[in-house]
Design a binder for this molecule. Structure first.
Ligand code: NAP
Length: 447
């Protein structure tokens, strides 16, 4: 009997894990709660980053390999349990990522107009299960925005909110997103780091793009770029920070752009303390900070209010627990040793983990390949040892899903969606138009 493995999640780590398993002659079912595959490649990577999004085409080729199936529209933990999967397959690899947001923990965070970047990203990429703020209603009255956090997601958000209609029209955004962003009268976007430029986690290519937008002028306070002793010693070891600093120093020397429609203002050493507003955001208080001699973030007590009507907190993604699987609530990951899920000191038989839910929400897409291959190496070593066998004879997943009335979508269904999206794009001179309604995806996928 050939080995059969269930991979839960079809984002990059799930697809790379599946690919590595196929290399070893293992059959794989890739299960995803969405009717379409590729996770954050589709619903995380910014729509205007077409070259990064084209990773999708590489991942797509994996469906052509013998021995793999896609089971879309199947929610593990609801339609089928991890326990049932463990019983029906030789092994289960959890790669469901980290899709929740982290909070700031300050007053006013729940006001209308205070939103998580994870929501904004899910909305502008057309996530079919998007249930967050109504950006179509919100954005047409937003003039001033504060984006909190200086990682690559924050940079994506600032860029998408600052691009011209013609720049956005080249993307695969859903039509309603494009039309809402075209109507948003955004004039000013603050990008706020609580520590200094050397500690920022964005990367240089992404940062540089903020200074290359058609209609937006970029500003940074030169005083923020004078390095304190801790930053000066850190930068000597940090090539990315050195390059980032150079980019921002060049921005400081640029002449003003009277033609600019909007301004992006990058500011460091600003920590948000309160979001103001009665029933909607009207301002954000930020406290000036500095790093003490140990590099600890310290408040100065000096607070300024930024008049803004949208606050986007972009302070990282957060993994969530899967029913029946151990979870580390401090690190928001599944505890594991080399990808083997651990219960205390014991590895759970046949249960593995890869990607963000294994190591936290960090790294570029390629980082997940190494991570997934590492997990598959552990799994293959356990097969060699002869310790992986299905625990009992149970109904296969297809029978279980049929009995529960769950209609799964296969890779041919995804290909139909793909063809339809590309065709709609072609009509508009765009690479594709993302279909965002679950019912429509299901109808095309099942048809
Ligand atoms: P991130 O890189 O971890 O950045 C989070 C930011 O939030 C940091 O600047 C952090 O500052 C700040 N922060 C955290 N708590 C805060 C608080 N309470 N108040 C103020 N600021 C706070 O996370 P991310 O931007 O969500 O990105 C996740 C991963 O995806 C990263 O590995 C990223 O590189 C990757 N990604 C890559 C691309 C790309 O390659 N184009 C695009 C998007 C995402 P501190 O450092 O001070 O904690």
């Amino acid at each position: 009997m050939s080995m059969r493995v269930a991979v839960v999640g079809s984002g990059p780590s799930g697809m790379y894990a599946a690919d590595a398993l196929l290399d070893h002659g293992v059959s794989v079912d890739v299960i995803d709660q969405l009717p379409v595959p590729f996770g954050l490649v589709r619903y995380g990577v910014a729509p205007d980053h077409e070259s990064i999004r084209s990773v999708r085409d590489t991942l797509d080729q994996i469906w052509d390999r013998p021995g793999i199936r896609f089971l879309g529209n199947v929610t593990v933990g609801k339609d089928v349990s991890v326990e049932e999967l463990r019983a029906g397959y030789h092994a289960v690899v959890l790669t469901y990522g980290a899709s929740a947001d982290r909070r700031l923990g300050i007053d006013g965070e729940d006001l209308s107009g205070s939103v998580a970047a994870t929501d904004l990203v899910a909305w502008y990429t057309g996530h079919p299960d998007y249930r967050g703020p109504d950006f179509d209603a919100l954005l047409p009255s937003v003039r001033r925005v504060a984006v909190v956090g200086v990682g690559n997601v924050a940079v994506d958000v600032v860029r998408v909110l600052s691009k011209s209609v013609s720049e956005l029209a080249q993307t695969d955004m859903p039509d309603h997103v494009l039309s809402t962003l075209a109507r948003a009268p955004i004039e000013h976007v603050h990008l706020l780091g609580r520590r200094g430029p050397v500690q920022a986690s964005f990367t240089t290519k992404e940062l540089r793009e903020l200074g290359e937008l058609e209609e937006a002028e970029i500003r940074v306070d030169p005083a923020d770029l004078n390095l304190d002793p801790v930053s000066a010693s850190e930068i000597a070891e940090n090539k990315v920070a050195t390059r980032n600093l150079k980019v921002m120093q060049e921005w400081c020397e640029r002449p003003a752009r009277p033609d600019a429609q909007r301004t992006i203002e990058v500011a460091f050493f600003r920590r948000p303390t309160t979001i103001h507003g009665v029933d909607h955001v009207t301002g954000l208080d930020v406290e000036r900070t500095h790093l003490d001699l140990e590099g600890q973030l310290t408040g100065t007590g000096q607070v300024e209010e930024l008049p803004v009507d949208l606050v986007v907190r972009s302070v990282g993604y957060r993994g969530t627990a899967m029913p029946g699987v151990p979870f580390d609530p401090d690190r928001n990951v599944i505890p594991n040793r080399d990808g083997r899920v651990m219960e205390g000191d014991h590895a759970i038989h046949g249960l593995y983990v890869a990607g963000w839910i294994k190591r936290g929400p960090t790294g570029i897409i390629g980082t997940n390949k190494k991570c997934a291959v590492g997990t598959v190496a552990s799994l293959m070593a356990d097969i060699e040892e002869g310790i992986l066998t299905p625990q009992e004879e149970v109904a296969g997943i297809d029978e279980v899903l049929r009995a529960r009335g769950v209609r799964s979508i296969g890779s041919s269904g995804w290909r139909s969606v793909d063809a339809q999206e590309r065709a709609r794009g072609e009509n508009q001179g765009r690479p594709r138009v993302t279909i965002h309604e679950r019912d429509e995806l299901m109808a095309i996928g099942a048809g």
